[in-house]
Unconditional design. Structure first.
Length: 135
């Protein structure tokens, strides 16, 4: 772990090294430091390899109920073209959890077309949204 910290200190502009440092900080339980590093990389438009490697950042924002940062992260991942159908499905569920029912339904409808094998799961999701009070 100290080696990565030293490499990050020696190469502070290397985004890949900083991302590895963030992941190690997370593994060591230093979540605040890991988030700080990750947010710096997001501001620098770091190109993540896939949306799943950022799931822990989204989980952190959800736990803190910081939906503005959560949805900004999704926007970046979508812009970088690394959200797959599972990523968009998670986004729809997060919209619903944040009380943004309309956005959840709209995105769910978009997902339903190319994902017919998930039709029942998505329809159940819609039924759940429709059975709750409007928000």
């Amino acid at each position: 772990f100290e080696i990565i910290r030293q490499v990050a200190a020696d190469y502070p502009a290397d985004q890949d090294v900083l991302w590895q440092k963030a992941l190690l900080e997370k593994q060591m339980g230093q979540i605040a430091e890991a988030i700080f590093i990750a947010e710096g990389l997001i501001k620098q438009d770091y190109k993540f390899r896939n949306w799943r490697e950022t799931a822990w950042i989204g989980d952190y924002y959800k736990q803190k109920k910081d939906y503005e940062k959560l949805f900004a992260l999704y926007e970046k991942l979508s812009k970088d073209n690394i959200l797959d159908m599972d990523g968009y499905w998670q986004l729809a569920k997060d919209y619903a959890a944040a009380g943004q029912r309309g956005k959840a339904l709209e995105l769910g409808n978009k997902i339903l077309k190319p994902e017919p094998k998930r039709k029942q799961e998505i329809l159940d999701f819609f039924r759940g949204l429709n059975s709750t009070s409007p928000q």
